[in-house]
Design a protein around this ligand. Structure first.
Ligand SMILES: *Cc1c(COP(=O)(O)O)cnc(C)c1O
Length: 357
């Protein structure tokens, strides 16, 4: 059964950008999905309508106390032209976990997925098909109640907007340089690190700027308590291959639970490779590198899928990993995940969801 949505189609459609000119999150499609929440009526007024600016009261609580959450996932076209999503149920589950942390009322996960499918049915011509391209999906919720009280809002708006995105690696997958951040932290114990909420990202800009100025692509974040243990890299989860074992920091309340992270772990276990989720310190990584046991390192996330790390700068030390080339496990993970996501390879896990169009 389809959830009922009021659909208003745009009078004129925008020209589609050339696949070579796509930047991340700069172009948006013709339509968007919105619904409203009031504490009396719950989530109401699901609508698909022309993509356009919205009018919001300057006192809307999101502007003052950042009560907001978001998600990020992608739609692809498989070789037969079907529209496919990758584990979307995981994203909507996480949206509700973020909602809970930010005192935002939960959404009905199945209903919201159905709304997304209806939006994609209308916007399917916006899904680029060139190698590495996709349609990025950004669901988000903001507190719209006009009030300066420091308390959860009684009114919210939920949106889904869509953006065609280019290949993360126009010149092919290649390892990047990462700087370990020893001063700033991304998330504190008991804080909001496990939620996808705006403030977690803007608070990382100054560390990112410092890393960029020093010629690094991203920051590696350490734990907020002892600044000893590895947590994440940029907006990605992180993995290290040491002595044949693939290690990723165990989840805690300052690490974002990535869908890609979970999929990487599932794949590695399916391949019967040794994996462990545990605390891992920079000192341990440094020693492994000194002893020639640090074999590979990579980040995982929806945007890049897998991002190999070729160089790690920590204090005054520079560690070159795998001679700055992409490791075998890193390359296999990238290849397999992207092939499953685009329907080019059999999906033994039933991760992909075909959108009826
Ligand atoms: C979104 C995100 C990730 C990756 O999650 P995916 O579900 O794999 O895209 C990792 N870390 C942070 C901080 C994130 O915001």
């Amino acid at each position: 059964m389809e959830a009922t949505v009021a659909i208003t189609k745009a009078d004129t459609l925008k020209p589609k950008p050339h696949p070579d000119e796509l930047q991340f999150g700069k172009t948006f499609t013709d339509h968007m999905f919105t619904m409203q929440y009031t504490s009396e009526k719950g989530w109401i007024q699901p609508e698909i309508k022309p993509y356009a600016p919205v009018e919001i009261d300057p006192a809307a609580m999101v502007f003052h106390y950042s009560q907001s959450v978001f998600e990020g996932l992608k739609a692809y076209k498989d070789p037969e032209g079907n529209v496919v999503l990758f584990r979307p149920d995981e994203n909507f589950k996480r949206l509700n976990r973020s909602n809970k942390r930010l005192s935002i009322p939960p959404v009905n996960e199945e209903l919201v997925l159905d709304y997304l499918k209806q939006l994609l049915e209308l916007e399917k011509d916006w899904i680029p098909t060139a190698e590495g391209t996709s349609l990025y999906i950004r669901p988000f919720i903001i507190a719209t109640e006009p009030s300066l009280q420091v308390a959860p809002a009684h009114q919210y708006q939920f949106f889904i907007i869509l953006s065609p995105v280019g290949s993360y690696y126009p010149e092919g997958i290649h390892p990047v340089s990462i700087s370990v951040e020893s001063h700033f932290t991304r998330a504190a114990r008991g804080g909001t690190g496990t939620a996808k909420t705006g403030g977690n990202y803007s608070s990382g800009y100054n560390a990112q700027a410092k890393a960029s100025n020093e010629g690094h692509a991203q920051v590696l974040w350490l734990d907020g308590v002892e600044k000893k243990y590895v947590e994440e890299v940029g907006s990605m989860n992180v993995f290290f291959k040491i002595d044949g074992e693939i290690i990723t920091p165990e989840l805690n309340d300052s690490i974002l639970q990535g869908v890609t992270r979970k999929s990487v772990l599932d794949l590695l276990r399916y391949w019967e490779m040794p994996v462990s989720e545990r605390k891992i310190s920079m000192q341990e990584i440094y020693e492994a590198h000194q002893e020639g046991r640090l074999e590979e390192a990579f980040g995982s996330g929806t945007a890049a899928v897998i991002s190999p790390i070729g160089e790690l700068s920590w204090k005054d030390e520079t560690m070159i990993i795998n001679g700055r080339s992409t490791g075998d496990v890193t390359a296999s993970l990238y290849q397999t995940l992207t092939s499953i996501q685009t329907g080019k390879q059999e999906d033994p896990f039933d991760w992909t969801v075909v959108v009826p169009t």
